[in-house]
Design a protein around this ligand. Structure first.
Ligand code: FAD
Length: 740
């Protein structure tokens, strides 16, 4: 691990975002001094804090929570006290994956501050009646509330505008305003999976309430956290854990095969990474692909496969032999339209997954699993059509994919490609008698004589849940991209990973299924291999969202120089190059590139307002704003523009469309972030989980990103979505058919 240096510009972006989100609060110069101890309910039990104040300023915070989960809640105990001291208040971001412990620490600190500042609280003598507007930064831009107060209380909170993510934000948008009014406090738990939206509503309301003469100490005194209910115990034939693409398809298939089903999900809504994703889905359909014109480079690639010796690829020699015959036949005929076959899909998945680790060992994909995925992917897509899903878009080559075989569902008005599929599966479950329990986090597998018989879980309010599975449990909890501790513990691929690596993933991708399965003796595969997304946000980890076309990418390092062919093959090559130039790099764009981009100008302007894009009328002004040497940047762009005109680039980029010379100019700071975790639970092609001796663990199945083996050391673009629906369906069918 190496420490990274966050540049001044990024720090100012971070500050811009956090000030917008939290509102500015100055440290008071006078106030109480002393130590104040309180507690609040965490995940496992009470979390105790002691706050030390000097003249009203927080100078130290200690926290302890003996019942919080080691490696999860303990991260919040370790990290939040220092963050609170640095911020001077408890309005700090929680620690990813440890929301309940984070909230307990923040609530307890607020209680301690109330106790210390009790006299200030008494000074509150009512609001100035009226309706006030407050704004704070949400996930995708500003979120605005209107707050109406009477003399004594907050009468209503209404979110009047927001750009929050469809579906994921709904529970927060509904629940947080009503909880504020009901409990007359802004000290509330964030909704699971919608922390940023929850905190934005709270911050915007705070903003409005302070304008009305509100007193935070008065509101904090009503701090609210829901109480745990009575223990819940239920039975089903099949219990599925995790409501992403794998879990929903497993649950629906189990139901279609006659089993009773309970699906549990730790977030307040479905989706996981499947909802975040572009949902590019690779599958082979020669009939449809055969009408697509052959793409540049495809013939050369096919010819290169004819040079290979099957004996050099023993695990897939049979596949390569058949493939070579297919290629010869194709090249001997009309090559106007493209070629594809299941064998090409299998072979490319296998060779592109092969990687050598830092320890010198080479990892290759499990051929049985690869064959299963590649053979059944198109069937799985046809199955999705049966849920009345919109047509998929035309074939394309996804980022990190080797061939023109990916299609994603039509974008709907939410911009979330996966949403229609996920909602259709959810609706099917609800209409056909399955039970879905949201805000329910599985913690352990129940076993009897070596077989899995159920799941222990907890609701977000702490209510214990026991689920008995008469046939089987299916783990579909996704990857561990949001659990950097797990990534660092197993990393066997990346040199010098920065210790503050962010992720493109949803915050619930913490590898829970892997941890639960390992605890009962499951074998893990490929845990050392993690895929990075080179063009992520250095502030949030968010993806680049296809702002401009890759052929227009110009990457410059902090000294203003290009450092890589921006279209070099593979995310690994770009990520390694980006990590080697330091903590960040910039994508430089001009107005022509933006005009050719994927959104309206207003979308880019909103990104400028949010500090994600830097805009300047001239290149010189841009260089100044991003603290890059102007002469170096100008020379870089002059060389690039000459390369666009001549078609010859010193770094080897072959597809260049626009020069970069028409103002205004834009810069977007970028940095690699964890994107996909190849490792996970070892399964066989029936989706049964194997133990460390290679034997089947009875009653336990797994599917999706929580498993390892198919993608080995590198997951090809568009293959994850194929994987989750194929193996989700296999797991659901086999679990339902299990005789016990
Ligand atoms: C930004 C982005 C873009 C991507 N684009 C593509 C693409 O275009 N094509 C492609 O092939 N792949 C893509 N991927 C990868 C792909 O989307 C994922 O690998 C895939 O969706 C994972 O599906 P899953 O069902 O296994 O897990 P997820 O969809 O992550 O679902 C797992 C669910 O389990 C829940 N969960 C976790 N722990 C627990 C617990 N203890 N108890 C209960 N529930 C739990 C989570 O909250 C989550 O809802 C992308 C990924 C990202 C992040």
């Amino acid at each position: 691990m190496k420490k990274s240096r966050i540049p001044t510009l990024l720090l100012s972006i971070v500050m811009l975002l956090s000030l917008a989100a939290c509102g500015q609060e100055s440290k008071s110069a006078s106030g109480p001094s002393g130590e104040y101890s309180t507690s609040a309910k965490g995940f496992g039990g009470d979390v105790n804090v002691t706050v030390t104040l000097e003249n009203g300023v927080i100078v130290a915070v200690t926290a302890e929570g003996p019942s919080e989960t080691a490696g999860v809640g303990s991260n919040a105990i370790d990290q939040l006290p220092d963050a609170i001291v640095a911020a001077g208040n408890a309005d700090v971001d929680g620690v990813s994956g440890a929301t309940m412990t984070s909230n307990a620490i923040k609530t307890a600190v607020k209680k301690a501050l109330n106790e210390a500042r009790g006299t200030e609280q008494e000074a509150f003598d009512g609001y100035t009646e009226g309706t006030y507007t407050g704004t704070a930064q949400g996930n995708n831009g500003p979120l605005k509330v209107e707050v109406t107060v009477s003399k004594d209380k907050i009468e209503s909170v209404e979110v009047v505008s927001n750009n929050e993510t469809a579906l994921l934000s709904v529970p927060a948008l509904e629940r947080i305003p009503s909880e504020i009014v009901e409990h007359q406090t802004l000290t509330l738990d964030a909704v699971s999976g919608a922390t940023v939206t929850s905190n934005a509503i709270i911050a915007a309301t705070k903003n409005a309430v302070l304008q009305a003469g509100g007193n935070m100490a008065y509101l904090d005194a009503n701090a609210y956290a829901p109480e745990a209910g009575d223990p819940i115990e239920k039975d089903a034939e099949v219990v599925v854990v995790g409501a992403g693409g794998a879990g929903l398809s497993a649950a629906v298939t189990a139901l279609q095969n006659g089993a009773s089903v309970i699906l549990i999900e730790k977030n307040a809504t479905l989706g996981g990474n499947t909802l975040q994703s572009g949902c590019g889905w690779c599958s082979v359909n020669p009939e449809v692909q055969g009408k697509v014109e052959t793409k540049a480079g495809q013939i050369e690639t096919l010819q290169s496969y004819l040079e290979l010796k099957p004996a050099d690829y023993p695990a897939v020699a049979d596949v390569l032999e058949v493939l070579q015959g297919q290629i010869r036949d194709y090249l001997a005929g009309d090559t106007t339209y493209m070629f594809d076959s299941v064998e090409l899909f299998i072979f490319q998945t296998y060779i592109m997954g092969t990687r050598t680790g830092l320890d010198g060992t080479t990892i290759t994909g499990n051929v049985d699993l690869i064959k299963t995925m590649c053979t059944q992917s198109e069937d799985a897509r046809q199955w999705i059509y049966s849920f009345d899903i919109d047509e998929f878009r035309n074939y394309n080559t996804p980022i990190g994919g080797p061939w023109h075989r990916s299609r994603e569902p039509q974008k709907n008005e939410t911009g979330k490609n996966g949403l229609p599929m996920l909602q259709a599966l959810e609706t099917y479950l609800l209409n056909n008698g399955a039970e879905i329990m949201y805000e329910t986090r599985a913690t352990d597998l129940i076993t009897k004589k070596g077989a899995v018989t159920g799941v222990l879980a907890k609701k977000t309010d702490g209510t214990p849940v026991t689920l008995h599975a008469k046939k089987a449990v299916i783990l579909c909890t996704g990857g561990y991209g949001a659990n950097s501790e797990m990534v660092f513990k197993h990393n066997n691929y990346w040199k010098d990973l920065p210790d503050d690596l962010l992720t493109t993933n949803c915050k619930t991708s913490t590898g829970d299924g892997i941890t639960m399965a390992e605890k009962i003796g499951a074998q893990l595969t490929g845990m050392g291999f993690v895929q990075l997304m080179p063009t992520s946000s250095p502030v949030t980890g968010d993806t680049f969202k296809s702002m401009i076309e890759p052929y227009d990418f110009i990457f410059v390092d902090p000294t203003g120089n290009r450092f890589i062919n921006e279209m070099a093959e593979g995310r690994d090559t770009l990520s390694a190059a980006a990590l080697s130039v330091g903590s960040y790099f910039y994508v430089i764009m001009d107005q022509q590139m933006i005009d050719n981009g994927n959104y309206d100008q207003s979308w880019y302007d909103a990104k400028v307002d949010a500090g994600i894009l830097v805009k300047a009328d001239t290149l010189e002004e841009l260089a100044k704003k991003i603290d890059v040497d102007y002469n170096a940047l100008q020379k870089t762009l002059n060389n690039y523009n000459a390369a666009v005109k001549s078609g010859v680039d010193s770094l080897g980029k072959t597809e260049m469309v626009h020069t970069c010379e028409v103002g205004p100019f834009y810069a977007c700071p970028r940095r690699p972030a964890i994107h996909y975790t190849m490792g996970g639970i070892t399964i066989n092609s029936n989706a049964q989980v194997l133990d460390t001796d290679g034997n089947v663990i009875k009653g336990l199945y797994a599917a999706g990103e929580t498993t390892g083996g198919i993608h080995a050391g590198n997951r090809c673009g568009g293959n994850a979505v194929a994987d989750i629906f194929v193996f989700g369906r296999i797991a659901g069918k086999n679990a339902a058919s299990l005789k016990k």
